[in-house]
Design a protein around this ligand. Structure first.
Ligand SMILES: *Cc1c(COP(=O)(O)O)cnc(C)c1O
Length: 446
Protein backbone atom coordinates (compact mmCIF):
# COMPACT_ATOMS: atom_id res chain seq x y z
CA UNK A 1 0.00 0.00 0.00
CA UNK A 2 1.33 3.45 -0.87
CA UNK A 3 2.25 5.83 1.93
CA UNK A 4 -0.51 8.18 3.00
CA UNK A 5 0.31 11.73 1.93
CA UNK A 6 0.89 13.90 4.99
CA UNK A 7 -1.23 16.91 4.08
CA UNK A 8 -4.74 18.18 4.80
CA UNK A 9 -6.93 17.90 1.72
CA UNK A 10 -10.67 18.39 1.23
CA UNK A 11 -11.90 16.40 -1.78
CA UNK A 12 -15.60 16.87 -0.92
CA UNK A 13 -17.67 18.74 1.61
CA UNK A 14 -17.52 17.04 5.02
CA UNK A 15 -19.21 14.65 5.31
CA UNK A 16 -18.84 13.48 1.70
CA UNK A 17 -21.29 11.20 -0.13
CA UNK A 18 -19.72 7.86 0.93
CA UNK A 19 -19.66 8.95 4.57
CA UNK A 20 -23.29 10.09 4.29
CA UNK A 21 -24.28 6.62 3.05
CA UNK A 22 -22.45 5.03 5.97
CA UNK A 23 -24.05 7.44 8.45
CA UNK A 24 -27.46 6.26 7.20
CA UNK A 25 -26.44 2.58 7.41
CA UNK A 26 -25.08 3.17 10.91
CA UNK A 27 -28.32 4.62 12.23
CA UNK A 28 -30.23 1.65 10.81
CA UNK A 29 -27.82 -0.99 12.14
CA UNK A 30 -25.92 0.28 15.19
CA UNK A 31 -27.43 1.00 18.60
CA UNK A 32 -27.85 4.75 18.96
CA UNK A 33 -26.16 4.70 22.37
CA UNK A 34 -22.88 4.25 20.52
CA UNK A 35 -22.29 7.87 19.49
CA UNK A 36 -19.67 9.21 17.07
CA UNK A 37 -17.72 12.46 17.26
CA UNK A 38 -16.67 12.82 13.64
CA UNK A 39 -19.13 12.89 10.74
CA UNK A 40 -16.75 10.96 8.46
CA UNK A 41 -15.82 7.30 8.12
CA UNK A 42 -12.16 6.31 8.12
CA UNK A 43 -10.47 4.53 5.24
CA UNK A 44 -6.78 4.79 6.13
CA UNK A 45 -4.59 6.50 8.72
CA UNK A 46 -0.87 7.10 9.13
CA UNK A 47 1.39 9.66 10.81
CA UNK A 48 -0.68 12.77 11.45
CA UNK A 49 -3.39 12.07 8.86
CA UNK A 50 -6.69 10.17 8.74
CA UNK A 51 -8.10 9.69 5.25
CA UNK A 52 -11.84 9.19 4.96
CA UNK A 53 -13.88 7.10 2.53
CA UNK A 54 -14.38 10.13 0.24
CA UNK A 55 -10.65 10.84 -0.07
CA UNK A 56 -10.58 13.73 2.42
CA UNK A 57 -7.39 13.88 4.43
CA UNK A 58 -7.87 15.16 7.97
CA UNK A 59 -5.25 16.34 10.45
CA UNK A 60 -5.40 14.01 13.44
CA UNK A 61 -5.29 15.84 16.77
CA UNK A 62 -7.07 13.02 18.63
CA UNK A 63 -5.15 9.75 18.08
CA UNK A 64 -8.38 7.80 18.51
CA UNK A 65 -8.53 9.17 22.09
CA UNK A 66 -4.83 8.92 23.01
CA UNK A 67 -4.42 5.43 21.59
CA UNK A 68 -2.31 5.69 18.43
CA UNK A 69 0.30 7.70 20.29
CA UNK A 70 3.23 6.45 18.20
CA UNK A 71 1.26 7.01 14.96
CA UNK A 72 -1.50 4.98 13.36
CA UNK A 73 -0.48 1.65 11.78
CA UNK A 74 3.08 2.30 12.90
CA UNK A 75 5.44 0.20 10.73
CA UNK A 76 7.01 -1.97 13.45
CA UNK A 77 3.59 -2.67 14.97
CA UNK A 78 2.17 -3.73 11.62
CA UNK A 79 5.14 -6.00 10.97
CA UNK A 80 5.20 -7.70 14.39
CA UNK A 81 1.42 -8.06 14.69
CA UNK A 82 1.28 -9.59 11.18
CA UNK A 83 4.09 -12.01 12.04
CA UNK A 84 2.20 -13.10 15.15
CA UNK A 85 -1.09 -13.41 13.21
CA UNK A 86 0.57 -15.96 10.95
CA UNK A 87 1.88 -18.00 13.90
CA UNK A 88 -1.29 -18.17 16.05
CA UNK A 89 -4.16 -15.84 16.87
CA UNK A 90 -5.11 -17.17 20.29
CA UNK A 91 -4.49 -20.03 22.66
CA UNK A 92 -5.68 -18.34 25.88
CA UNK A 93 -2.84 -17.49 28.24
CA UNK A 94 -4.64 -19.36 31.03
CA UNK A 95 -4.61 -22.56 28.93
CA UNK A 96 -1.44 -22.65 26.82
CA UNK A 97 0.69 -19.63 27.73
CA UNK A 98 3.08 -17.89 25.32
CA UNK A 99 6.20 -15.74 25.58
CA UNK A 100 4.71 -12.43 24.30
CA UNK A 101 2.55 -12.03 27.41
CA UNK A 102 5.53 -12.57 29.71
CA UNK A 103 7.66 -10.18 27.66
CA UNK A 104 5.01 -7.42 27.94
CA UNK A 105 4.84 -8.00 31.71
CA UNK A 106 8.64 -7.73 31.94
CA UNK A 107 8.62 -4.52 29.87
CA UNK A 108 5.92 -2.91 32.04
CA UNK A 109 7.68 -3.94 35.25
CA UNK A 110 10.84 -2.30 33.91
CA UNK A 111 9.21 0.89 32.56
CA UNK A 112 6.76 1.83 35.31
CA UNK A 113 7.93 4.05 38.20
CA UNK A 114 9.65 2.33 41.12
CA UNK A 115 12.62 -0.01 41.37
CA UNK A 116 11.11 -2.68 43.64
CA UNK A 117 9.95 -6.15 42.68
CA UNK A 118 6.89 -5.83 40.42
CA UNK A 119 4.29 -8.04 38.71
CA UNK A 120 1.85 -7.41 35.86
CA UNK A 121 -1.47 -8.89 34.71
CA UNK A 122 -2.93 -8.22 31.25
CA UNK A 123 -6.51 -7.53 30.24
CA UNK A 124 -8.39 -6.10 27.24
CA UNK A 125 -9.78 -2.66 28.02
CA UNK A 126 -8.98 0.17 30.37
CA UNK A 127 -12.19 -0.43 32.31
CA UNK A 128 -11.39 -4.11 32.75
CA UNK A 129 -7.93 -3.29 34.06
CA UNK A 130 -9.34 -0.70 36.51
CA UNK A 131 -11.81 -3.31 37.81
CA UNK A 132 -8.96 -5.75 38.32
CA UNK A 133 -6.82 -3.18 40.11
CA UNK A 134 -9.70 -2.74 42.57
CA UNK A 135 -10.04 -6.52 42.97
CA UNK A 136 -6.31 -6.78 43.69
CA UNK A 137 -6.36 -3.91 46.21
CA UNK A 138 -9.35 -5.42 48.03
CA UNK A 139 -7.75 -8.83 48.12
CA UNK A 140 -4.50 -7.38 49.50
CA UNK A 141 -6.00 -5.07 52.13
CA UNK A 142 -9.04 -7.22 53.03
CA UNK A 143 -10.94 -3.91 52.95
CA UNK A 144 -13.71 -2.79 50.59
CA UNK A 145 -14.13 0.94 50.14
CA UNK A 146 -12.60 2.77 47.18
CA UNK A 147 -12.22 6.53 46.77
CA UNK A 148 -12.20 8.29 43.42
CA UNK A 149 -12.31 12.02 42.69
CA UNK A 150 -14.51 14.76 41.31
CA UNK A 151 -14.30 14.87 37.49
CA UNK A 152 -12.80 11.35 37.40
CA UNK A 153 -13.23 9.02 34.47
CA UNK A 154 -12.42 5.35 34.92
CA UNK A 155 -14.68 3.61 32.40
CA UNK A 156 -18.16 2.41 31.51
CA UNK A 157 -18.53 -1.04 33.13
CA UNK A 158 -20.58 -1.25 36.30
CA UNK A 159 -17.77 -0.81 38.83
CA UNK A 160 -16.00 1.81 36.73
CA UNK A 161 -19.24 3.77 36.14
CA UNK A 162 -19.43 4.07 39.91
CA UNK A 163 -15.85 5.39 39.98
CA UNK A 164 -16.55 7.82 37.12
CA UNK A 165 -17.92 11.20 38.23
CA UNK A 166 -19.99 12.53 35.34
CA UNK A 167 -23.59 11.37 35.03
CA UNK A 168 -24.48 12.40 31.47
CA UNK A 169 -23.63 10.55 29.27
CA UNK A 170 -21.70 7.87 31.17
CA UNK A 171 -24.05 6.87 34.01
CA UNK A 172 -27.45 8.42 33.33
CA UNK A 173 -30.14 5.73 33.64
CA UNK A 174 -27.65 2.90 34.09
CA UNK A 175 -27.75 2.45 37.88
CA UNK A 176 -27.70 0.94 40.42
CA UNK A 177 -23.96 1.33 40.69
CA UNK A 178 -21.43 -0.75 42.59
CA UNK A 179 -21.40 -0.05 46.34
CA UNK A 180 -18.56 1.16 48.57
CA UNK A 181 -17.37 3.86 46.16
CA UNK A 182 -16.79 7.35 47.63
CA UNK A 183 -15.82 10.63 46.02
CA UNK A 184 -13.28 13.20 47.18
CA UNK A 185 -12.56 16.74 45.95
CA UNK A 186 -9.80 17.10 43.36
CA UNK A 187 -7.19 19.78 42.89
CA UNK A 188 -8.43 21.77 39.87
CA UNK A 189 -6.19 24.87 39.85
CA UNK A 190 -8.18 26.90 37.28
CA UNK A 191 -11.46 26.52 39.18
CA UNK A 192 -10.01 26.33 42.70
CA UNK A 193 -8.83 29.92 42.17
CA UNK A 194 -12.40 30.89 43.01
CA UNK A 195 -11.78 29.60 46.54
CA UNK A 196 -8.52 31.48 46.99
CA UNK A 197 -5.14 31.66 45.38
CA UNK A 198 -3.61 29.34 47.94
CA UNK A 199 -5.86 26.39 47.15
CA UNK A 200 -5.14 26.82 43.45
CA UNK A 201 -1.40 26.76 43.82
CA UNK A 202 -0.82 24.69 46.95
CA UNK A 203 -1.35 21.03 46.10
CA UNK A 204 -0.70 19.95 49.66
CA UNK A 205 -3.55 22.14 50.89
CA UNK A 206 -5.88 20.72 48.22
CA UNK A 207 -4.81 17.20 49.24
CA UNK A 208 -5.54 17.98 52.92
CA UNK A 209 -9.06 19.02 51.89
CA UNK A 210 -9.52 15.67 50.11
CA UNK A 211 -7.98 13.69 52.99
CA UNK A 212 -10.36 15.29 55.49
CA UNK A 213 -13.32 14.17 53.38
CA UNK A 214 -11.88 10.66 53.05
CA UNK A 215 -11.07 10.43 56.75
CA UNK A 216 -14.47 11.64 57.93
CA UNK A 217 -16.73 10.03 55.33
CA UNK A 218 -14.97 6.70 54.78
CA UNK A 219 -12.17 6.13 57.28
CA UNK A 220 -8.84 4.51 56.47
CA UNK A 221 -9.84 1.31 58.29
CA UNK A 222 -12.50 0.69 55.65
CA UNK A 223 -10.56 1.96 52.67
CA UNK A 224 -8.89 -0.49 50.27
CA UNK A 225 -7.75 1.97 47.62
CA UNK A 226 -7.60 5.50 46.32
CA UNK A 227 -7.69 5.67 42.53
CA UNK A 228 -6.71 8.77 40.59
CA UNK A 229 -5.67 9.85 37.11
CA UNK A 230 -2.40 11.81 37.54
CA UNK A 231 -3.77 14.15 34.86
CA UNK A 232 -7.48 13.73 34.39
CA UNK A 233 -8.48 12.81 30.84
CA UNK A 234 -12.22 12.95 30.13
CA UNK A 235 -12.63 15.25 33.15
CA UNK A 236 -10.81 18.07 31.34
CA UNK A 237 -7.05 17.46 31.25
CA UNK A 238 -6.83 18.73 34.80
CA UNK A 239 -3.28 18.87 36.14
CA UNK A 240 -3.47 18.94 39.93
CA UNK A 241 -1.44 21.58 41.77
CA UNK A 242 2.09 20.51 42.61
CA UNK A 243 2.19 18.48 45.78
CA UNK A 244 -1.36 17.12 45.54
CA UNK A 245 -0.42 13.62 44.38
CA UNK A 246 2.60 13.14 46.68
CA UNK A 247 0.58 14.23 49.73
CA UNK A 248 -2.22 11.81 48.88
CA UNK A 249 0.25 9.00 48.28
CA UNK A 250 1.96 9.65 51.58
CA UNK A 251 -1.36 9.54 53.42
CA UNK A 252 -2.25 6.26 51.68
CA UNK A 253 1.04 4.70 52.73
CA UNK A 254 0.68 5.86 56.31
CA UNK A 255 -2.81 4.36 56.46
CA UNK A 256 -2.56 0.99 54.72
CA UNK A 257 -4.43 2.18 51.62
CA UNK A 258 -3.41 1.08 48.11
CA UNK A 259 -2.68 4.04 45.80
CA UNK A 260 -3.79 3.24 42.24
CA UNK A 261 -2.71 5.52 39.39
CA UNK A 262 -5.04 5.26 36.40
CA UNK A 263 -2.60 6.06 33.58
CA UNK A 264 -4.88 4.68 30.87
CA UNK A 265 -4.89 8.04 29.06
CA UNK A 266 -1.60 9.53 30.30
CA UNK A 267 0.70 6.54 29.81
CA UNK A 268 3.28 5.63 27.19
CA UNK A 269 5.11 8.90 26.47
CA UNK A 270 1.88 10.91 26.04
CA UNK A 271 2.73 13.54 28.67
CA UNK A 272 6.43 13.92 27.95
CA UNK A 273 7.36 11.17 30.39
CA UNK A 274 6.82 7.45 29.97
CA UNK A 275 4.19 7.77 32.74
CA UNK A 276 2.66 10.98 34.10
CA UNK A 277 3.41 9.99 37.73
CA UNK A 278 7.07 10.68 36.96
CA UNK A 279 6.37 14.43 36.72
CA UNK A 280 5.53 14.43 40.44
CA UNK A 281 8.19 11.87 41.34
CA UNK A 282 5.63 9.49 42.82
CA UNK A 283 5.67 5.69 42.76
CA UNK A 284 2.10 4.38 42.86
CA UNK A 285 1.38 0.96 44.37
CA UNK A 286 -0.56 -0.08 41.28
CA UNK A 287 -0.59 1.51 37.85
CA UNK A 288 -3.31 0.86 35.28
CA UNK A 289 -2.47 1.20 31.58
CA UNK A 290 -4.29 0.71 28.28
CA UNK A 291 -4.92 3.15 25.37
CA UNK A 292 -1.38 3.99 24.17
CA UNK A 293 0.01 0.56 25.07
CA UNK A 294 -0.36 -1.25 21.74
CA UNK A 295 -1.11 1.31 19.01
CA UNK A 296 -4.79 0.37 18.91
CA UNK A 297 -4.72 -3.37 19.51
CA UNK A 298 -6.96 -4.01 22.52
CA UNK A 299 -4.73 -4.52 25.53
CA UNK A 300 -4.57 -3.22 29.09
CA UNK A 301 -2.55 -3.95 32.18
CA UNK A 302 -2.24 -3.64 35.92
CA UNK A 303 1.35 -3.37 37.14
CA UNK A 304 2.51 -2.92 40.69
CA UNK A 305 4.33 -3.99 43.80
CA UNK A 306 4.75 -7.77 43.79
CA UNK A 307 3.37 -8.22 47.28
CA UNK A 308 0.10 -6.47 46.32
CA UNK A 309 -0.19 -7.96 42.83
CA UNK A 310 0.34 -11.47 44.21
CA UNK A 311 -2.38 -11.15 46.88
CA UNK A 312 -5.21 -12.74 44.85
CA UNK A 313 -5.29 -16.57 44.89
CA UNK A 314 -4.15 -18.59 41.86
CA UNK A 315 -6.73 -18.30 39.04
CA UNK A 316 -8.44 -15.39 40.80
CA UNK A 317 -7.45 -13.11 37.91
CA UNK A 318 -7.74 -13.64 34.17
CA UNK A 319 -10.14 -13.66 31.24
CA UNK A 320 -10.42 -15.48 27.91
CA UNK A 321 -8.75 -12.82 25.77
CA UNK A 322 -6.55 -11.01 28.30
CA UNK A 323 -3.09 -10.44 26.82
CA UNK A 324 -4.01 -11.63 23.32
CA UNK A 325 -0.81 -12.66 21.47
CA UNK A 326 -1.32 -10.24 18.55
CA UNK A 327 -1.96 -7.38 20.99
CA UNK A 328 1.17 -8.37 22.94
CA UNK A 329 3.28 -8.34 19.77
CA UNK A 330 1.89 -4.87 19.00
CA UNK A 331 2.67 -3.68 22.54
CA UNK A 332 6.28 -4.86 22.35
CA UNK A 333 6.69 -3.09 19.00
CA UNK A 334 5.05 0.05 20.43
CA UNK A 335 7.40 0.15 23.41
CA UNK A 336 10.38 -0.47 21.16
CA UNK A 337 9.29 2.40 18.89
CA UNK A 338 8.83 4.82 21.82
CA UNK A 339 12.35 4.00 23.02
CA UNK A 340 14.15 3.86 19.67
CA UNK A 341 12.47 6.99 18.22
CA UNK A 342 12.88 9.12 21.35
CA UNK A 343 9.13 9.74 21.57
CA UNK A 344 9.16 10.85 25.20
CA UNK A 345 11.29 13.80 24.12
CA UNK A 346 9.07 14.33 21.07
CA UNK A 347 6.03 14.71 23.35
CA UNK A 348 7.89 17.35 25.34
CA UNK A 349 8.70 19.21 22.10
CA UNK A 350 5.04 19.13 21.12
CA UNK A 351 4.15 20.64 24.50
CA UNK A 352 6.47 23.60 23.87
CA UNK A 353 5.10 24.11 20.38
CA UNK A 354 1.45 23.92 21.41
CA UNK A 355 1.69 25.94 24.61
CA UNK A 356 3.57 28.63 22.78
CA UNK A 357 0.92 28.92 20.08
CA UNK A 358 -2.09 28.50 22.39
CA UNK A 359 -0.60 30.85 24.98
CA UNK A 360 -0.38 33.57 22.33
CA UNK A 361 -4.02 32.95 21.41
CA UNK A 362 -5.01 33.16 25.07
CA UNK A 363 -3.28 36.51 25.45
CA UNK A 364 -5.50 37.94 22.70
CA UNK A 365 -8.76 36.17 23.48
CA UNK A 366 -10.46 36.26 26.89
CA UNK A 367 -12.71 33.33 25.94
CA UNK A 368 -9.65 31.12 26.49
CA UNK A 369 -9.70 30.79 30.27
CA UNK A 370 -6.92 28.27 30.65
CA UNK A 371 -4.27 26.48 28.59
CA UNK A 372 -2.96 23.41 30.41
CA UNK A 373 -1.66 19.89 30.19
CA UNK A 374 1.64 18.19 29.63
CA UNK A 375 3.43 16.80 26.60
CA UNK A 376 1.08 15.96 23.75
CA UNK A 377 -1.91 16.11 26.11
CA UNK A 378 -2.89 19.77 25.99
CA UNK A 379 -6.24 21.44 26.57
CA UNK A 380 -7.92 24.80 26.26
CA UNK A 381 -10.79 25.62 28.62
CA UNK A 382 -13.33 27.95 27.02
CA UNK A 383 -15.34 30.39 29.15
CA UNK A 384 -17.64 33.38 28.84
CA UNK A 385 -15.19 36.27 28.27
CA UNK A 386 -13.12 37.01 31.33
CA UNK A 387 -15.14 34.79 33.71
CA UNK A 388 -15.00 31.21 35.00
CA UNK A 389 -18.39 30.44 33.46
CA UNK A 390 -18.00 27.49 31.06
CA UNK A 391 -18.96 27.99 27.41
CA UNK A 392 -19.99 24.56 26.06
CA UNK A 393 -21.87 26.19 23.17
CA UNK A 394 -18.75 27.88 21.80
CA UNK A 395 -16.86 24.62 22.28
CA UNK A 396 -19.45 22.67 20.29
CA UNK A 397 -19.48 25.19 17.45
CA UNK A 398 -15.71 25.35 17.32
CA UNK A 399 -15.49 21.56 17.12
CA UNK A 400 -18.08 21.27 14.37
CA UNK A 401 -16.35 23.94 12.29
CA UNK A 402 -12.96 22.28 12.82
CA UNK A 403 -14.34 18.95 11.68
CA UNK A 404 -15.77 20.54 8.53
CA UNK A 405 -12.37 22.10 7.88
CA UNK A 406 -10.59 18.76 8.08
CA UNK A 407 -9.20 18.77 11.61
CA UNK A 408 -10.00 15.98 14.06
CA UNK A 409 -10.25 17.50 17.51
CA UNK A 410 -12.15 16.35 20.60
CA UNK A 411 -13.74 17.98 23.60
CA UNK A 412 -13.90 16.88 27.22
CA UNK A 413 -14.54 18.25 30.68
CA UNK A 414 -17.34 18.02 33.20
CA UNK A 415 -18.83 21.20 31.72
CA UNK A 416 -18.25 20.21 28.08
CA UNK A 417 -16.12 23.31 27.53
CA UNK A 418 -12.62 21.91 27.09
CA UNK A 419 -10.92 21.41 23.74
CA UNK A 420 -8.41 18.63 24.07
CA UNK A 421 -5.45 17.94 21.85
CA UNK A 422 -3.94 14.47 21.69
CA UNK A 423 -1.88 14.49 18.49
CA UNK A 424 0.05 11.38 17.55
CA UNK A 425 3.73 11.83 18.31
CA UNK A 426 4.44 10.92 14.68
CA UNK A 427 2.78 14.13 13.44
CA UNK A 428 5.03 16.73 11.80
CA UNK A 429 5.38 20.22 13.29
CA UNK A 430 3.88 21.63 10.08
CA UNK A 431 0.68 19.58 10.29
CA UNK A 432 0.30 20.24 14.00
CA UNK A 433 0.66 24.00 13.54
CA UNK A 434 -1.65 23.97 10.52
CA UNK A 435 -4.30 22.26 12.66
CA UNK A 436 -3.95 24.97 15.30
CA UNK A 437 -4.02 27.71 12.65
CA UNK A 438 -7.34 26.35 11.39
CA UNK A 439 -8.71 26.53 14.93
CA UNK A 440 -7.43 30.06 15.38
CA UNK A 441 -9.22 31.23 12.23
CA UNK A 442 -12.46 29.54 13.30
CA UNK A 443 -12.24 31.05 16.78
CA UNK A 444 -11.84 34.52 15.25
CA UNK A 445 -14.94 33.92 13.13
CA UNK A 446 -17.18 32.72 15.93
C1 LIG B 1 -10.41 5.56 28.49
C2 LIG B 1 -10.14 5.49 29.93
C3 LIG B 1 -10.58 4.39 30.70
C4 LIG B 1 -11.42 3.28 30.13
O1 LIG B 1 -10.76 2.57 29.14
P1 LIG B 1 -11.59 1.70 28.11
O2 LIG B 1 -10.54 0.98 27.31
O3 LIG B 1 -12.41 2.63 27.31
O4 LIG B 1 -12.43 0.76 28.92
C5 LIG B 1 -10.24 4.37 32.04
N1 LIG B 1 -9.52 5.35 32.60
C6 LIG B 1 -9.08 6.42 31.89
C7 LIG B 1 -8.27 7.47 32.55
C8 LIG B 1 -9.39 6.53 30.54
O5 LIG B 1 -8.99 7.59 29.84
Amino acid sequence: MSALEQSRHLATAIPGPRSCELIARKSAAVARGVGTTMPVYAARAFGGIVEDVDGNRLIDLGSGIAVTTIGNASPKVVERAAEQLHKFTHTCFMVTPYEGYVAVAEALNRLTPGDGDKRTALFNSGSEAVENAVKIARSYTRKQAVVSFDHAYHGRTNLTMALTAKSMPYKHGFGPFAPEIYRAPLSYPFRDAEFGKELATDGELAARRAITVIDKQVGADNLAAVIIEPIQGEGGFIVPAEGFLPTLLEWCHANGVVFIADEVQTGFARTGAMFACEHEGIVPDLIVTAKGIADGMPLSAVTGRAEIMDAPHVSGLGGTYGGNPVACAAALATIETIESDGLVARAAQIETLMKDKLGRLQAEDDRIGDVRGRGAMIAVELVKPGTLEPDPELTKNLLAAAHRAGVIVLSCGTFGNVLRFLPPLAISDELLLEGLDVLELILRDL
